[in-house]
Write a protein that binds this ligand. Structure first.
Ligand SMILES: NC(=O)c1ccc[n+]([C@@H]2O[C@H](COP(=O)([O-])OP(=O)(O)OC[C@H]3O[C@@H](n4cnc5c(N)ncnc54)[C@H](O)[C@@H]3O)[C@@H](O)[C@H]2O)c1
Length: 433
């Protein structure tokens, strides 16, 4: 272990990252910036080619960074797993989606593990970063790696360290977001802590891989449940004829014991709608129902339909039906100022509207097309396009939209994010969630 610690401290350790997506690419850049040579492995050849040309496909990673580390040979993108035989550390950042049945799909972790196993050697550190259910590191990765005959904590080191990056966040990014580490043994924690301390400002060890796995799920369940609560509050306020946005802003003036969450068209992204379901799935195997998670998920997944009912009511007020209405969706990314449409509630809103016969188009400054939906047109924003729409639906509150101009040139707006709150003129045209 001392040899590995020494190599990590003097930056001669060869670091590798498996999976170069929203998580793995920024992490690779941080390791490069702290002085390591990084082998970045991905199965997507287009990504590898793009990186080799010094380009970035992740919004938070600057092209100049990639280019400079490619040029000086510090970053080696590849699809060749055999380079792992020279790697001292391996960080796994592969996807952990849900299956169609909404059960965890850990097949990407399993497949990465079987590649790592082929090249596992003495003095190597393996860290799983993908979000997953408590027990994955111990029950899935460890047996696979141990089957090589190498001993954990002695010959190789294994830890879990959840990735907490918040894409698009201007203040917190990979380096200044504290990192949790839980190893299989004390020496596993020590080596993983030593590695991440070189690149991340604050590293916090916990007692086990299971605790580290649970930390991430608590954080994301906390968000999912609070968003579920505030979404239901929005529905209740609507029935009561109360402005939910005013209520939240007023409640948020309390300097303690309240943290504002805001309602919206539903959950999106690769984390908040999915991660809590990993936890509830695991609990089901232990005959326990994670009630808060199930309830929050039920409320949050019903929000796109609620938005559609708001649109139908707003059109109805104008003696129009959804069937045949020209509806323009503004913002299809899952949250403001990012280009990621994974699990975006906009997809469900659009599908429901199209099923009801609406003529739907969209504009998003960050998104050119939506693969999940056939036959949806992206339109450029101009006064004519706004004027012709029977209803504009603000699904994602990107900062680039000029809300005053949008309201001025539209007939009817359903604003699911209170994005047009600062607009003074034409407020009578706005229907809020
Ligand atoms: N995106 C986020 O904001 C975020 C934040 C925190 C945690 N996470 C978690 O981090 C993990 C990765 O998420 P992401 O958003 O970076 O996903 P992503 O889809 O952007 O990237 C994953 C990458 O892994 C590659 N890959 C898939 N299987 C592979 C394999 N067997 N070997 C090598 N490469 C493989 C894919 O081609 C892809 O480039 C997930 O578990 C996710 O839940 C994501």
């Amino acid at each position: 272990m001392d040899n590995l610690l020494e190599k990590i401290k003097n930056k001669t350790a060869k670091v590798s990252v498996i999976g170069l997506g929203y998580v793995g690419l920024p992490l690779s850049m941080e390791f490069c910036k702290s002085g390591f040579t990084v082998i970045g492995i991905d199965v997507d050849n287009r990504k590898i080619d793009t990186l080799k040309q010094g380009e970035s496909y992740v919004q938070d990673v600057k092209r100049e960074e990639v280019l400079s580390f490619i040029k000086n040979g510090k970053f080696i993108p590849t699809n060749d797993f055999s380079l792992l035989k020279d790697a001292d550390t391996v960080s796994i950042c592969v996807p952990t989606p849900l299956r169609k049945t909404r059960d965890p799909d850990i097949s990407y972790i399993v497949s990465a593990a079987s590649e790592i196993k082929k090249y596992l050697h003495k003095g190597q550190l393996i860290v799983l970063e993908s979000t997953t259910y408590p027990g994955t590191t111990d029950e899935v990765l460890l047996p696979e790696l141990k089957s090589t005959g190498l001993k954990v904590g002695v010959d190789f080191y294994l830890a879990f360290s959840p990735e907490r990056v918040d894409p698009g966040n201007k203040k917190y990014h990979t380096k200044n977001t504290p990192k949790i580490i839980g190893g299989v043994t004390a020496d596993c924690t020590k080596t993983a802590k030593c590695l991440y301390e070189q690149a991340i400002d604050i590293v916090i060890p916990v007692s086990s891989t299971r605790s580290a796995e649970m930390v991430k799920l608590l954080e994301n369940t906390f968000r999912a449940v609070n968003i579920g609560l505030v979404n239901e509050t929005a529905i209740m306020c609507d029935r009561l004829g109360i402005n939910v946005w005013e209520v939240i802003d007023a409640a948020a003036t309390k300097p303690f014991g309240f943290m504002p969450f805001y309602p919206g068209p539903g959950l999106g992204g690769h984390c908040i709608p999915i991660d809590p379901l990993y936890l509830s799935w695991k609990l089901k195997t232990l005959n326990y129902t994670a009630r808060f998670i199930e309830l929050a998920s039920e409320i949050n997944t019903s929000m796109p339909l609620y938005v559609v009912s708001k649109i139908a009511d707003a059109l109805n007020e104008q003696k129009k039906s959804v069937n045949g209405a020209r509806i323009l969706i503004l913002g299809v990314a899952y949250k403001k100022d990012v280009s990621d449409v994974r699990e975006s509630p906009a997809i469900d809103v659009i599908k429901y509207l199209k099923n009801k016969g609406a003529d739907v188009s969209f504009n998003d400054p960050y998104v050119d097309s939506i693969h999940e939906i056939d036959d949806i047109k992206r339109v450029e924003l101009n006064e004519d396009v706004l004027n012709r729409a029977d209803c504009i639906v603000i699904v994602t509150d990107h900062s680039k939209f000029d809300y005053g101009w949008i309201v001025k040139n539209s007939k009817l707006i359903v604003d699911t994010r209170n994005a047009a709150k600062g607009v003074k003129e034409g407020r009578e045209k706005i229907v809020k969630l």
